[in-house]
Design a protein around this ligand. Structure first.
Ligand code: MG
Length: 312
């Protein structure tokens, strides 16, 4: 039978658990435990790890030890350890701490951006320009992250035209890769398809990353339709750790091991060793108090149902 749709042959994954997960869970995790967690992820085959953020330690004390974490990890050759930064100060600190890549973040909507960094979108664009300048001077690549790309509890749905507009503004400041975050868990497959189509048509030179949440159970469905649209770059959080501290109930980044488990069975290469990833997921589980939402951690991989002790 012919395949009804074509999927990418391989995808790039970025693991966000050490930053997005730990930051959003508002956990206190010891520096040594963070380092151990990142080191466990480093041997899974994942090539990109969002390791830390350089933000105000007053606002986010969980990331106050970002420089120590980057200094303490065992860097696996070929793995890119990135740092999320909101502005020049964060970018300078990240470069100083030898981050391999910077991710400058802002929201698509003014209300979410004001809540997150106390600036409107236009004001944050000046910070994007600053971060790009710091990255260029240090030869460190800079990617963009756009949160609330599918909606904002205060402003409702975000139309793709708005996402295109803000993406274009970021590109005008020198960004050529943007991660679209479903921070608020409002994406559904049709909205994913519509956003990708709009961005692709208006901004063909842009590299797209999709950062989905599973807040309302659409996480992997959104991944699937994005794959069908040809997207080959996704974020995931091992164990499903994290979410957003400012979007009520919007916990649950897409689970990296669930994503890997699904797409590898579709013949899509992730380069990731599932057993090593599950070992990292168990470490993530040990860092949080409640049960993480990972399906594959709980049930075991589909081809090993017996060892998982599953029942009919
Ligand atoms: Mg997230």
């Amino acid at each position: 039978m012919e395949e009804p749709v074509s999927w990418p042959k391989a995808i790039t994954l970025r693991e966000v658990g050490p930053r997005d997960g730990i930051q959003s869970e508002q956990l206190h995790v010891d520096t040594g435990d963070k380092i151990g967690f990142i080191d466990a992820l480093s041997v899974t085959g994942i090539r990109r790890i969002e390791a830390v953020s350089f933000v105000s330690p007053k606002a986010l004390p969980q990331m106050a030890d970002a420089a120590e974490v980057l200094a303490g990890i065992s860097r696996t050759p070929g793995v890119i350890y990135s740092a999320l930064v909101p502005n020049r100060r964060g970018a300078d600190a990240a470069v100083e701490a030898r981050a391999d890549a910077l991710q400058v973040f802002m929201a698509v909507t003014d209300s979410y951006n004001l809540k997150n960094v106390n600036k409107n979108v236009k004001e944050s664009l000046r910070d994007v320009a600053d971060v790009v300048a710091v990255g260029r001077a240090a030869s460190v690549p800079v990617e963009g992250t756009l949160s609330s790309a599918f909606g904002d509890p205060n402003e409702g749905d975000v139309v793709p035209e708005r996402v295109v507009e803000v993406s274009r503004w970021m590109m005008d400041e020198g960004i050529d890769s943007i991660s679209y975050g479903d921070t608020t868990g409002m994406a559904t497959p049709r909205r994913v398809r519509d956003l990708i189509a709009a961005v692709r048509e208006a901004l063909p030179g842009l590299r797209l990353n999709m950062h989905f949440h599973d807040t309302r159970g659409t996480g992997l469905a959104n991944v699937l339709i994005a794959l069908e649209c040809g997207i080959d770059y996704f974020d995931g959080s091992v164990g499903g750790m994290g979410g957003s501290p400012f979007a009520s109930g919007a916990t649950g980044n897409v689970v990296t091991e669930d994503l890997v488990h699904m797409v590898e069975d579709m013949g899509i290469d992730t380069g990731v060793d599932l057993d090593a990833l599950l070992a990292a997921a168990r470490i993530a589980q040990s860092l949080v108090s409640g049960d993480l939402p990972s399906h594959v951690l709980r049930a075991g991989p589909r081809d090993r149902v017996d060892s998982a002790g599953g029942t009919a």
